[in-house]
Design a protein around this ligand. Structure first.
Ligand code: UDX
Ligand code: UDX
Length: 457
């Protein structure tokens, strides 16, 4: 197959960034990115992209209109495409069988039916969304219902990019995984995709596996990363009670090369669009195969995360003489991690919701995520204000609660902050990233995660 045209269905975070990098590295290919949400397409075509990702603007500016196009999904772009990436969302089901656990594949199926309606000749369909194992098989069944000369080849090519470092992860990936059918045609299709990546990824980093191994690897990778976070978080309460410092423990443990230093930062827990969804997905898969103990094992990674959040909220309320009703509390950070405006499944949402239920008055601050925060909290009862400037956010607050460790929060002038807060003043360091003795010296009562609180008499 002579590859010329690529189509990506789903101009989300993953689809948009991935296609921008492919367009940049492969100027000979024409890449079309389509979405049912036309506002999103308009944003991709504007000066303000719909996702904030360091480095993305430059790549889009270089490629947009040259060989990268954002537009409507039309029969023509489907017909012309040699390779179609499907990167539509697969949220956790909220209804029917598997509600709260299984992924909702309705968008995926709709996309497959669109492809079936308009594709011509030979088409390679690539799963980019995270999907349960054996989705490719289901998609193949839909696509191969046509009694005609057309041919569809399904590949799994999961994304391992992390927000905030997505451009680096795409440009220098640890590995590119391509799952294909073990038939000669399947292998040929895998080779077409491998050739695209080989324009900038060394061949030894392009792994060819079976479709199912590829689909499952993505779930396992995310489950294991999240498991490390839950494992270190499961030590924090013990540290707070015994006087150990979890940061020292992470350092000591991480120096063992068999364990390694990354993903051992304790805090209020993980968020983001993938971890919770993928673990629940994995747990559901286990259960479907009668492996309830295995399912429970993975589910406990999510349970630990939920517990960490409620434990944090409980510490806030208890420290405020057991009531936060009517008290102003400033939340520093709302994004699920620094360097992104993404708030999907951010611990901040649960923390804010639980504090509002306690009738606290919240002021939410974040350098990038306030628009999303507004949407996330819309409709909740209670008093919430939004203030980009952290110094103004803490004015008259009883407590400053750090949730996202944006570098600018580490460098704030805490003397100035202390001077405008209500006495006694409290700081909750939900990421244990601040200088606790220095804050205590300034007069704050300091509540870190993973080491005992520093409280004035
Ligand atoms: C998505 C998936 O959520 C994730 O599971 C996977 O690993 C990668 O792709 P992301 O790009 O972050 O991640 O999702 P999102 O920003 O929600 O983008 C999905 C896009 O698909 C949205 O813009 C949505 O409008 C679009 N879409 C959805 C379609 O174009 N067609 C549909 O039928 C449904
Ligand atoms: C993750 C995976 O890393 C990526 O490979 C996959 O493709 C998508 O999901 P992402 O969600 O962007 O990427 O963020 P990541 O950097 O993995 O962080 C996830 C969450 O874990 C964040 O809320 C982060 O704050 C938290 N985390 C991470 C910790 O609490 N401690 C750590 O040590 C590391």
């Amino acid at each position: 197959m002579q590859l010329k045209n690529i189509l990506c269905m789903g101009a989300g975070y993953v689809g948009g960034s991935t296609m921008a990098v492919i367009a940049d590295k492969c100027p000979h290919l024409r890449i079309h990115v389509a979405d049912i949400n036309l506002d999103r397409i308009a944003q991709w075509n504007s000066e303000r992209l719909p996702v904030y990702e360091p480095g993305l603007d430059d790549v889009v500016r270089r490629t947009r209109g040259r060989n990268l196009f954002f537009g409507e999904l039309s029969p023509q772009v489907i017909a012309e495409a040699d390779v179609i990436f499907v990167s539509v969302n697969t949220p956790t089901k909220t209804y029917g069988q598997g509600a709260g656990m299984a992924p909702d594949l309705q968008y995926w199926e709709l996309s497959a039916r669109e492809i079936l309606a308009h594709a011509t000749g030979e088409t390679i369909v690539v799963e980019k969304s995270t999907v349960p194992v054996r989705t490719a098989e289901a998609i193949a069944r839909i696509l191969n219902t046509g009694n005609d000369e057309r041919r569809f080849y399904i590949l799994s090519n999961p994304e391992f990019l992390a927000e905030g470092t997505a451009m680096h992860d795409l440009e220098e990936p640890d590995r590119v995984l391509i799952g294909a059918e073990p038939t000669p045609e399947g292998q040929r299709a895998a080779e077409v995709l491998a050739e695209v990546y080989s324009h900038w990824v060394p061949r030894e980093r392009i792994l060819l596996t079976s479709v199912w191994s590829s689909e499952l690897s993505k779930l396992v990778a995310n489950a294991m990363l999240a498991q490390r976070v839950s494992s270190i978080n499961a030590i924090t309460a013990l540290c707070e009670n015994t006087g150990a410092d979890v940061r020292e423990i992470s350092r000591a443990v991480g120096m063992d090369p068999r364990i390694g230093p990354r993903f051992l930062e304790a805090g209020v827990g993980f968020g983001g669009s993938c971890f919770r969804k993928d673990i629940l997905n994995l747990a559901y898969l286990c259960e479907q195969f009668g492996l309830s103990q295995e399912g429970q094992y993975w589910k406990s990674v999510v349970d630990m995360n939920d517990r960490q959040i409620s434990r944090f909220v409980r510490a806030v309320v208890e420290s405020q003489f057991n009531t936060v009703a009517g008290k102003k509390l400033a939340l520093l950070g709302f994004a699920f991690k620094p360097h992104t405006n993404d708030t999907r499944d951010s611990p901040a949402i649960r923390i804010a919701t639980q504090l509002l239920a306690e009738r606290a008055h919240l002021v939410i601050s974040d350098p990038q995520a306030l628009d999303n925060a507004r949407q996330d909290l819309a409709g909740l009862e209670g008093e919430v204000a939004f203030e980009a400037d952290p110094y103004r956010a803490v004015e008259g607050a009883h407590a400053a609660i750090l949730i996202t460790h944006w570098p600018e929060y580490i460098d704030l002038d805490y003397r100035k902050i202390y001077s405008v807060m209500v006495r006694p003043s409290f700081i909750f360091d939900g990421r244990s990233c601040l200088d606790h003795p220095a804050l205590f010296e300034l007069g704050f009562n300091v509540y870190p995660i993973g080491s005992p609180p520093l409280v004035h008499d």
